[in-house]
Design a protein around this ligand. Structure first.
Ligand code: HEM
Length: 505
């Protein structure tokens, strides 16, 4: 008995101490979070605060990534007109902005005072490293200068052949499916593979054949995008020390290995090739055959004012970003454009007529660089579709100084500003008739011309070969479309269209 007592007593004391430490820790954490929350709420009291669930939980669980979530955003914009204050429990405090007069001054702040901070950038960092999308201040400015040649018009001119050939592969596949009687097709599956196919050729000169047969690298990119989207929706997974222990976190790391191995290999091999070519030139042997320069080539050659180039690691980061930022966004823009044309037959016909007039008397069906400025109506419809179905819903920023907005409202330094591109594009004060106004207020980015060129080529070639009408979503059993805002705007259960081969072509 005495022995039992002498053994159990220290165990009991130890347990009590542990419980004491744990509960004291918990009280301290709750106290710190509460004080922090009260402090933030005071600082942001100049912004209207929509009704909350409770004083502590705030709007936690109210941001929904569904059709209803977008409708809720419409209501928010109608009620608060330019901005409001949201908080997700004691963890995140956000100023949400959706009017150009509030958004413009913030987006025009010099890079040296801007910090990309918010819900998604940290989650992308393991994948994209310190790329231009994630970096800040001088690092961002330097990267941006070094990247600019990669999106120069002369470079884009080379890419137009790739856009044509990737579209043709997709359209040939559609023709085969239509001939087999499969006329109701889900657009995202097809179009995402096509944009990935194009990007792989533009970035790495790599022909993955991913539109015809599965590719490990392409599947890995698609999976990483899904995992990033899932992580965003689970607030507990926002903390690295929890996320990396979860199944999704482990899967993310495994998948990341595939993607990183691929880009590392390409960059290393290409650097070696450049070195070899330089040696051949200095030894003045016969001229080497001229290969079309891709994104990696340009990044290997680019230099800053001091003559310094990018390291292998930096090039990999930019190449990974190019793949991540370039495929889903453009795919979303193309799919929604085709959907809008399917719903508005009259405009579809007007666009088709414009493309047919342009191609009249030509042998092949190839859109050339010079053609792009001769598609004004189609281009206008693309821009309107980008406004109505904004591929990227929001960006977030914070600032190293207090920012004063109209009405003397101040966003304190360090506060997260969630700039709603969707909200700004649907704000009824700006668009008196939001269903018919044109073009967006927020320019997309330095890659705007790249995206627009791809959109023009794909849309024009699609209209030449197919007639589009709304399809039937097998999950919903109807042609109803429910928007799904993830990293980019998608549709629940996919976006289904009915295709018919144009008998005239
Ligand atoms: C319709 C198509 C596109 C849309 C709607 C779109 C939208 C956006 C938005 C909203 C941002 C700002 C993100 C932020 O700061 O948080 C961004 C940045 C970026 N996007 Fe795109 N994008 C599109 C196409 C592309 C393409 C095709 C590429 C590459 C080939 C690309 C590469 C990038 C890069 C590198 C950045 C970072 C730029 C910077 O920080 O200066 N995007 N994009």
């Amino acid at each position: 008995m005495a022995l039992q007592h002498s053994v159990l007593s220290p165990v009991f004391t130890c347990l009590c101490s542990l419980m004491y430490i744990f509960s004291t820790g918990l009280v301290v954490v709750v106290a710190v979070l509460t004080v922090r929350h009260i402090w933030y709420s005071r600082r942001l009291s100049c912004f209207s605060k929509p009704q909350t669930r409770s004083w502590l939980l705030g709007h936690l669980g109210k941001i929904r990534n569904t059709e209803e979530g977008l409708q809720q955003m419409d209501d928010l914009v109608k009620t608060y007109k330019h901005s409001c204050f949201w908080f997700l429990g004691p963890f995140y405090h956000l100023v949400r902005l959706f009017h150009p007069d509030y958004v413009k001054p913030l987006l025009m702040v010099p890079a040296s005072m801007t910090v990309k901070k918010g819900l998604i950038y940290n989650h992308l960092q393991p994948w994209l490293g310190h790329s231009v999308l994630i970096s800040n201040s001088e690092v961002w400015s330097r990267k941006r200068r070094l990247l600019t040649p990669a999106f120069h018009f002369d470079v884009l001119k080379n890419y137009i052949t790739i856009f044509n050939s990737s579209s043709k592969i997709m359209h040939d596949k559609w023709c085969r499916l239509v001939a087999e009687g499969k006329t109701n097709l889900e657009m995202f599956d097809h179009v995402s593979l096509m944009t990935l196919d194009s990007l792989l050729k533009c970035a790495f000169s790599y022909d993955s054949n991913c539109q015809e047969s599965p590719s490990e690298y392409v599947s890995a990119i698609v999976q990483l995008c899904d995992l990033v989207a899932q992580r965003q929706h689970n607030i507990l997974h926002h903390w690295d020390w929890i996320y990396w222990k979860t199944q999704q976190g482990k899967l993310f790391k495994q998948t990341l290995n595939i993607v990183h191995r691929f880009s590392r290999d390409v960059v290393q091999k290409r650097r070696a090739l450049h070195k070899k070519q330089r040696e051949i030139i200095t030894q003045s042997v016969a001229p080497t055959s001229q290969r079309r320069k891709d994104f990696v080539d340009i990044l290997l050659l680019t230099r800053d004012e001091d003559g310094r180039g990018l390291t292998d690691e930096e090039i990999q980061a930019e190449a990974n970003t190019f793949m991540f930022a370039g495929h889903d966004t453009t795919a979303s823009a193309i799919c929604w454009m085709l959907y809008n044309l399917a719903r508005h037959e009259h405009y579809q016909e007007k666009c088709r007529q414009e493309v047919m007039d342009l191609m009249e008397g030509r042998d092949g069906q190839e859109i050339k660089w010079e053609d792009l400025s001769n598609l004004p109506f189609t281009t206008m419809c693309i821009k309107e579709s980008l406004r109505l179905h904004t591929p990227v819903q929001a960006v977030s920023r914070s600032y190293t100084q207090d920012m004063v907005l109209p009405g003397n409202r101040t966003v304190p330094a360090g506060e997260i500003c969630l700039v709603s591109i969707y909200g700004t594009h649907h704000n009824p004060i700006v668009w008196t008739n939001p269903n018919v106004s044109t073009w967006s207020l927020i320019p997309i980015d330095l890659t705007q011309k790249f995206a627009m060129t791809e959109l023009q080529v794909v849309v024009a070639l699609t209209l030449l070969r197919f007639r589009l009408t709304p399809g039937v979503n097998p999950e919903l059993g109807s042609s109803r479309v429910r928007r799904l805002p993830q990293i980019v705007l998608r549709a629940e259960g996919g976006l289904w269209l009915q295709l018919e081969n144009d008998p005239q072509r």
